[in-house]
Design a protein around this ligand. Structure first.
Ligand code: GLU
Length: 271
């Protein structure tokens, strides 16, 4: 099958950055990739595109301050690490984008903000006001208050829900791998990458083995779930390699990068 058309016309993009792109396994910050990423996003911004970053990393950065080798498991500890790391994460984004004179804004959200229609409306208005000021919103789950009943738990799902709320044209998720593979490529080198997916069926879901780094959360399973949510609402989704942020440009130009999940056609009133 032919690769899909380019995404040159996309105006509104959500880019999801996972902990494993931000924090190395050693616990140190990955400045190299983050600076590459900031340059690419600043180019998109200069092309008058509206970019939202959904960024994990608060817990990972918090944990690395205390030389923890992996994310704590207990809720209160995770929340404490998030409280420590979130400010540092924002400081990081502020620094990498200041070089391009781009202002960033922190938006911490919980599931409640999407379930209550008034909160949802207000959240959407805040995004639009930030776009008006050409600010890049940096979204994370409000981990310090997000207890079990209201937690998304992973930013893949959060990024899909944000994309739906702001009617994004495309959601690009940065991953450990450069897309979805038709099997476990770490065990079998002949396993092929899937270039694009028209329908997220059981077979596609079965390819998602939940790998994740020691500081990260999701893995492929939550990404596929997020892709299912977003494509069902007419939003294209791409999974690319976090350590090759230039693939974002490739996706927009219609190059054969990562895995593209085609949006479903939506009927009037559904959106
Ligand atoms: N909100 C968490 C953090 O900032 C990350 C959740 C995830 O990894 O998806 O650390």
């Amino acid at each position: 099958m032919k690769r899909i058309k380019s995404f040159q016309q996309v105006k509104r993009l959500v880019i999801k950055i996972g902990t494993s792109t931000i924090v190395k396994e050693s616990g140190k910050i990955n400045y190299y990739y983050l600076e590459k990423l900031a340059k690419i996003i600043s180019d998109l911004h200069a092309q008058e595109r509206e970019v939202v970053i959904v960024s994990s990393g608060a817990i990972g950065i918090g944990a690395s301050k205390f030389d923890l080798k992996q994310k704590p498991q207990k809720l209160d500890e995770k929340q404490a690490m998030a409280a420590i790391g979130q400010g540092l994460l924002m400081h990081l984004y502020k620094n990498i984008f200041s070089k391009y004179k781009i202002t960033v804004a922190q938006m911490l959200l919980t599931r409640n903000d999407f379930e209550d229609s008034i909160r949802q409306y207000n959240t959407c208005n805040t995004f639009n006001a930030l776009f008006k000021y050409k600010v890049i919103p940096i979204v994370n789950e409000n981990d310090t208050v997000a207890v079990e009943e209201i937690v998304f738990g992973d930013n893949d799902t959060l990024s899909a829900v944000v994309s739906i709320l702001i009617k994004a044209d495309i959601l690009i998720m940065l991953s450990d791998t450069d897309g979805l593979y038709a099997g476990d490529f770490r065990k079998n080198k002949n396993v092929k990458k899937i270039s694009f997916v028209e329908d997220i069926n059981e077979e596609i879901e079965s390819f998602a083995c939940g790998v994740g780094s020691s500081f990260g959360t999701g893995g492929m399973r939550t990404k596929i779930y997020a892709a299912k949510l977003a494509t069902a609402r007419g939003i294209a989704v791409a999974i690319i390699k976090g350590k090759k942020p230039e693939q974002i440009v490739g996706v927009i130009q219609g190059k054969n990068e990562g895995t593209i999940f085609l949006p479903k056609k939506i009927t009037e009133g559904q959106n």
